[in-house]
Design a protein around this ligand. Structure first.
Ligand SMILES: [Ca+2]
Length: 257
């Protein structure tokens, strides 16, 4: 009886405490380390959680990023690509996780895109040197097409595209990729759309989300002349491929005004 009570007390802290041991002997093998979970709901503060994220301020020859284009309101993260000003670089928005230990596991984000053409929507893992990157990208000028890409040392080592059966700017949807040692599986709202297997990234990385333009004719196209805002309701990572508990996710369905 005591044992049962103890288990009940512990279960709210650690759901696996009373479960049969799941560990298997890894003697003679290199065990993949369990990476701590990550769940950001943007619900507990009115500003970006700066212990978890950095708002990018870098710029290059073709675009800039402003931390002031990154805001949190009503439980939703907003990444604004500012209306283009002729003769200037597009002012974009990007956040990068401070943690850089994200590795094999499931990555999920609830995103509502802008209907304004000219933006690139990015949801990805990234390590610069050596290059390791797993992308989910959308171009708002061709809004229903998802671009799934792997970069490993070289850019674009594997890729696929899929057409979504809905308008991604009309509502939040869950965009997910599951990273394994030998493949990356892509899902939207729980439905699998693609599996990439060529040169799968093999280094721990950061998590990033961005909304940008570099006026690239063959990619995002000309920067928008009105503000374009990408919304993110929550982001999660689990090295055990678990979905976040639904009770922890907000019921946000509409964009804040
Ligand atoms: Ca939220």
């Amino acid at each position: 009886m005591k044992r049962v009570l103890l288990c009940q007390a512990v279960v709210t802290l650690a759901l696996v405490a009373c479960a049969p041991a799941q560990a298997v002997s890894t003697q003679g093998q290199t065990a993949t380390p369990i990476v701590p979970e990550f769940l950001q709901t943007f619900d507990s503060a009115h500003e970006l959680e700066t212990t978890a994220w950095t708002a990018s301020a870098w710029e290059n020859a073709t675009r800039a990023h402003s931390p002031s284009n990154v805001t949190v309101k009503d439980g939703v993260l907003a990444l604004k690509l500012s209306a283009s000003v002729p003769g200037t670089k597009p002012v974009s928005a990007e956040i990068a996780s401070r943690r850089n230990d994200f590795f094999y596991g499931t990555y999920r984000a609830s995103i509502k895109m802008s209907s304004v053409p000219g933006a690139v929507v990015g949801w990805f893992t990234y390590l610069g040197k050596p290059l390791n990157e797993i992308d989910v990208e959308f171009l708002t000028r061709d809004p229903r097409k998802a671009h799934f890409t792997l970069h490993h040392i070289r850019t674009g080592v594997d890729q696929a595209t899929s057409n979504m059966p809905f308008d991604p700017s009309a509502a939040f949807h869950e965009y997910r990729f599951d990273w394994y040692t030998n493949r990356v599986e892509y899902y939207v709202d729980g439905k699998q759309y693609a599996t990439l297997t060529n040169q799968v990234p093999d280094r721990a990385s950061r998590i990033l989300l961005n909304h940008w333009s570099s006026n690239i004719p063959t990619w995002g196209g000309k920067a928008p002349t009105e503000d374009a805002v990408m919304l993110v309701d929550w982001v999660c990572f689990s090295s055990e491929y678990k979905a976040p508990p639904s009770k922890l996710l907000s019921t946000t369905v509409d964009a804040p005004k």
